[in-house]
Design a protein around this ligand. Structure first.
Ligand SMILES: Cc1cc2nc3c(=O)[nH]c(=O)nc-3n(C[C@H](O)[C@H](O)[C@H](O)COP(=O)(O)OP(=O)(O)OC[C@H]3O[C@@H](n4cnc5c(N)ncnc54)[C@H](O)[C@@H]3O)c2cc1C
Length: 570
């Protein structure tokens, strides 16, 4: 079969806020650019962001406070140079979005309204009702269309072409027809979002299967800080669907089965507005100690009734709707039930501020970039603060797009041959023709349930060792999967099988990182090592995988700065 080879200056994989912002920069700089995305751009998970985007605008607020909150929130694992860059650029980025047409909610005096979020010293999250992400995503999508950026929607990118230390393009296939193609470029960017789908209870879109992480890892390249997965305190009981932090920001109270506002015990000064890791652990602890509510006693109440119908409809209409649809509870009239839900991936593909992907803690891959949730820059360290990610994605996306435009003038287009697609074609053929007896949905469900149980909010040596063994078994069982749909048209069975392979691979990184990190920091909590150990572990984890799926780990320095690590009390 002859495979088409398309040539561009830049290929962007992913059409969320990070990918679109980069594409806009590249096109404005006169470069040829194509965005490949497995979803329609407006279905990217960025569109699900409800609560807000941080920028220090208020008189009582300052950029330095934003930096401090972010670094403290990260449990001092964030790289302070990257945090500084993000917080300093934030006000300009929000204005930029506004100029391009994003309509933010306003105060009476016409200034952009800001709501409090967890772990913040001042209300700092700018928002568009509770549809912030969608508003920004639509704005960026309009802008890229206006400039005439090329898009291929419903294309699945399955590999990078990585030869002699250079990324020369990607291989992909059209989900609609299974037709393969090669995209050859001087610069390739991954902006593929997070990996929350590895867990049973999660707030993520079905598409957040972390494909890019495993693609990178399968080439022996490192992943950074994968053990840090954020569990959001307020997912709807049972499903994990997100009730944005805006619900607590607007005054939501957390209450256990005894009617206690239990955050008094865990974060007396911040109460419900403690940072996410702390509030998630508090909720889970209440449940474990038998003070849960709901049929399985595995949730707690989130009470918003005191806000009244008018305010709820004005500020939280989407949340009200979701709780009615999925729980049958109207938050205007009664408390709803929530529990911690896997939400955000702090770890990812290691990059520097310019978005260059690292080959090792100190070396870089030529022609390869990443930004947004799939990247680890690292501005969130061990725990991300609410409203810092909808900020990070377009901010670094835009910055990395600019870097790529500059680099492209110095890079040459490297030849690729049609054989570069052999791996992808072999994988597609193997899955389609396999006659094993393992089913993808069943295996995926087992992986997700065991990750939630053994590598979730609370972890121990035993639970992590158990999970490591299970992942080995899942990997063997994956060799024996069968799909029923053998057709070429919209073969979602095939896609889900490929995605499951990715989920198994990157889950092994989460578990190994967590096993070796014998301390508790941010979202990573070890019951058997329940304090932070700066002496040994104020370090980034860099892990690589060999052909057998075994993982090797080394540690790299954290970029410290004006904020010295201290105890994190709220
Ligand atoms: C429910 C929810 C609410 C949130 N609310 C907030 C909030 O209020 N504030 C905040 O700061 N953060 C929030 N976040 C986090 C934030 O929205 C995300 O971290 C951020 O939007 C990620 O943007 P991104 O551009 O990196 O990726 P995404 O928007 O996730 O986009 C990923 C893109 O990659 C593409 N892709 C992935 N794999 C492939 C592949 N193999 N081939 C081709 N294309 C591929 C997808 O099609 C998609 O276009 C929320 C997250 C969730 C889940």
């Amino acid at each position: 079969m002859s495979i088409p080879i398309h040539q561009y200056d830049a290929v962007i994989v992913g059409a969320g806020l990070a990918g679109l912002a980069a594409a806009r920069e590249l096109k404005s700089a006169g470069k040829s650019v194509i965005v490949l995305t497995k979803l329609h751009p407006l279905r990217s998970h960025s569109g699900a962001a409800q609560g807000g985007i941080n920028a220090a605008f208020a008189k009582e607020d300052s950029i330095e406070l934003h930096e401090f909150d972010t670094v403290k929130g990260s449990d001092y694992l964030a790289d302070q140079d990257a945090v500084e860059f993000m917080c300093q650029t934030a006000p300009e980025l929000v204005r930029w979005m506004e100029k391009m047409g994003a309509v933010f909610s306003r105060n009476e005096d016409g200034t952009i309204a800001q709501r409090p979020f967890g772990g913040q010293s001042h209300p700092r999250a700018c928002y568009a009702k509770d549809r912030t992400g969608l508003t920004l995503l639509q704005t960026m999508f309009e802008q890229t269309n206006r400039l005439g950026v090329d898009f291929l929607d419903e294309w699945y990118v399955s590999d990078i072409i990585y030869e002699d230390g250079v990324v020369k393009g990607v291989t992909a296939y059209d989900i609609k027809t299974s037709e393969p193609a090669i995209f050859n470029a001087k610069a390739v960017m991954f902006a593929t979002g997070g990996y929350g789908r590895a867990f049973k209870i999660n707030s993520n879109a079905h598409a957040n299967t972390g494909d890019a992480l495993s693609i990178v890892a399968r080439h022996g390249l490192p992943l950074e800080d994968m053990e840090f997965v954020q569990f959001h305190p307020t997912g709807l009981a049972g499903t994990g669907i997100l009730m944005s932090e805006a619900a607590r920001g607007e005054g939501g109270k957390l209450i256990n089965s005894e009617g206690e506002r239990f955050m008094e015990r865990y974060a007396p000064s911040k109460m419900e507005l403690g940072p996410r890791d702390l509030v998630s652990r508090s909720i889970t602890q209440e449940v474990l100690e038998g003070r849960g509510v709901g049929p399985d006693k595995d949730a707690v109440f989130l009470d918003l009734t005191h806000l009244g119908e008018e305010k709820i409809n004005e500020r939280l209409p989407e949340l009200r709707d979701l709780a009615i649809t999925f729980l049958g509870l109207d938050m205007v009239k009664e408390p709803i039930m929530i529990a911690a839900t896997a939400h955000y991936s702090m770890g990812g593909i290691p990059v520097n501020i310019e978005g260059h992907v690292r080959k090792s803690p100190t070396e870089f891959v030529t022609g390869f970039y990443a930004a947004g949730e799939c990247a680890c820059v690292s501005v969130h360290g061990a725990n991300r603060l609410g409203a810092n990610s909808v900020l990070e994605a377009p901010l670094f996306g835009r910055h990395v797009g600019k870097t790529m435009a500059e680099d492209i003038d110095k890079l040459t287009l490297m030849d690729v041959s049609a054989t570069a697609a052999d791996n992808m074609l072999a994988e597609m053929k193997k899955i389609t023709e396999s006659n094993g007896n393992e089913r993808v949905p069943a295996l995926r469900t087992e992986l997700q349930a065991s990750m939630t149980e053994n590598a979730g909010v609370f972890r121990t040596e035993d639970s992590l060792r158990k999970q490591k063994d299970l992942i080995k078994i899942y990997r063997d069982r994956f060799e024996n999967i069968r799909i029923d749909d053998k057709s070429k048209i919209y073969n979602t069975d095939l896609q889900e099988a490929i995605e499951l392979g990715h989920m198994i691979d990157f889950s092994a990184f989460i578990v190994e990182g967590a096993l070796l990190r014998k301390e508790s920091r941010g979202a990573h909590f070890r019951k058997d090592f329940d304090t932070r150990d700066d002496e040994k572990f104020l370090k980034h984890t860099y892990a690589t995988m060999d052909e057998n799926g075994d993982i090797e780990t080394e540690y790299g320095d954290v970029v410290l700065g004006k904020f010295k690590p201290e105890a994190r009390v709220y």
